[in-house]
Design a protein around this ligand. Structure first.
Ligand code: G6P
Ligand code: MG
Length: 483
């Protein structure tokens, strides 16, 4: 199978719990398994994680594990009769004092004491991902009185957003704090923070992760209107994270679908500019929950995210609860590979005209420039401790594969998210220095990636163990005696 650069994140759930399905997902090309902490017990997540790691190892694959924190999704309480039906023009109230289990046709309780403070007359509230829309007409100390603009069914615990954002719940709940510890215990590779407002939310998550002894790289889910209000807000959040997710579900509700595509493109561009990985998520293959093939619109959506140069595309309910989880991964893999043939994915003017900040960054970008302009180069070998050097390399559009050589399990898994990067377990520090180049190239010869006469780029530092130490780029001729 040809090398696929764009990575696939798939959410695990009831539809993908069995070892058989999981094994097929991995064989179909799953790169990152997402554990959704909004559902399921710690024991279930641990069992899933164990199985993913076992099956990946069995097939010599490298699959990263991403835990996704539930976050402060604001929800209504319950109805006495589970659900109501609202019509356009109805009046309806949200109350912070109404009994939690006794909503009715006129009023429902809500577990968010600041609701009245955060909302004003004229604001639009969106329920159940925007299926029901209301406008606030008046408010009192403990409730909002609203008029229904778009009616529909409303049932227990549905989520509530405000158009334009601005509900100020802190990003990390007590459950999230417990799940950060769980993620550390499970040695997860990535941890996604839901609804971060700004860099401070990510810094808090980072501190809690450190205290828990976790190593997971932090993913900021971009899903609040405030986070994309201007470049300063967005860039601040991106810089405080290791990777970002374009979380189109809640983001689309808050900013409106008309703005979504432009914002998606901007988030991907800015993430790459700041040397961060980026995942494009939500409803990418939605119809495949019930259908074995995607719609043309879904094909186009995935392909366009690939052309935007996202690192990864993500499946949510399609793989967690759908009827065709394996077909969904297969379809994504196929569409990504098709889109990657487009010449736009190979040409780059990334950061031309910018200054670079670091030595390793300069070497990484010089390597990519060389790879893209010297046709003989068939692969890049990047010796890495943490995955940082190949991360920078993979910000640049290219068709040359990047091989991240590392002895560390964490790094081997982490780079599974990066576009165009595959890992090769390799311990350069354990070899005589004069043997490193030869042995590194031999790995690719054995795999059939390169043959005699090809050229290969190799990057490294002076010591074989220093993170951030990359200062050397070599161009090697395969078949020559290499030192
Ligand atoms: C490996 C190489 C070193 C290099 C390091 C960079 O350990 O052998 O020479 O300095 O990777 O690691 P980084 O985490 O910065 O990509
Ligand atoms: Mg969300």
């Amino acid at each position: 199978m040809p090398f696929r650069r764009t990575k696939i994140v798939a959410t695990l759930g009831p539809a993908s719990n069995s070892p058989e399905v999981l094994e097929q997902l991995i064989l179909a090309g799953l790169n990152v398994a997402r554990l959704n902490f909004s559902h399921g017990s710690p024991e279930e997540h641990k069992a899933r994680a164990r199985l993913v790691r076992e099956l990946a190892a069995k097939h010599g694959r490298f699959v990263a594990l991403l835990g996704d924190l539930q976050g402060p999704k604001i929800r209504i309480a319950k109805f006495a009769n589970k659900r109501i039906e609202l019509k356009e023009g109805d009046s309806f109230r949200f109350s912070v004092t109404h009994p939690r289990d006794a909503g009715n046709q006129e009023v429902v309780g809500i577990d968010y004491p600041d609701l009245v403070r955060d909302c004003g007359v004229g604001d639009e509230l969106l329920l159940d991902d925007g299926r029901v829309v209301m406008r606030v007409e008046s408010s009192s100390a403990d409730e909002l009185q609203c008029r229904v603009l778009i009616g529909g069914p409303l049932s227990d615990h549905k989520g509530i957003n405000r158009r334009g954002g601005g509900l100020t719940a802190p990003a990390l709940t007590a459950k999230d704090k417990a799940d950060i510890k769980l993620a550390a215990e499970m040695e997860l590779d990535y941890l996604a923070v839901s609804f971060p407002r700004d860099a401070a939310d990510m810094e808090l998550a980072r501190r809690l992760r450190d205290e828990a002894g976790g190593k997971a790289w932090l993913v900021a889910k971009i899903e609040r209107a405030e986070a994309v209000a201007d470049d300063e807000a967005l860039d601040g959040l991106i810089r405080a994270s290791d990777a970002v997710m374009v979380a189109r579900g809640d983001l689309g509700v808050e900013i409106g679908d008309a703005e979504l595509v432009g914002i998606q493109k901007k988030i991907i561009l800015h993430a790459r500019r700041y040397n961060k990985a980026v995942i494009t998520a939500t409803q990418m293959m939605e119809s495949m929950i019930h259908s074995p093939m995607p719609t043309r619109a879904e094909v186009s959506d995935v392909a366009n995210a690939v052309l935007d140069y996202t690192d990864a595309v993500m499946l949510s309910a399609e793989s967690a609860a759908g009827e065709y989880p394996v077909e969904a991964v297969q379809a994504m893999a196929r569409i990504c590979q098709g889109a990657e043939k487009h010449p736009d994915t190979r040409r780059s003017s990334h950061r031309i005209g910018n200054t670079f900040n670091r030595c390793d960054e300069s070497i990484a970008l010089a390597s990519m420039y060389t790879a893209n302009h010297f046709p003989g180069i068939k692969a890049i070998i990047c010796l890495t401790e943490s995955g940082y050097t190949p991360l920078i390399m993979s910000r640049i559009r290219s068709s040359v594969p990047i091989y991240a050589y590392s002895p560390h399990r964490e790094t081997q898994a982490r780079v599974a998210l990066f576009r165009g990067v595959e890992t090769v377990p390799f311990d350069a520090a354990a070899l005589p220095p004069e043997k490193v180049s030869q042995m590194a190239v031999d790995e690719l010869l054995q795999r059939g990636v390169v043959t005699k006469g090809d050229w290969v780029i190799l990057t490294k530092g002076d010591s074989y163990t220093t993170q951030g130490g990359t200062n050397t780029m070599k161009i090697l001729h395969v078949g020559d005696l290499l030192v």
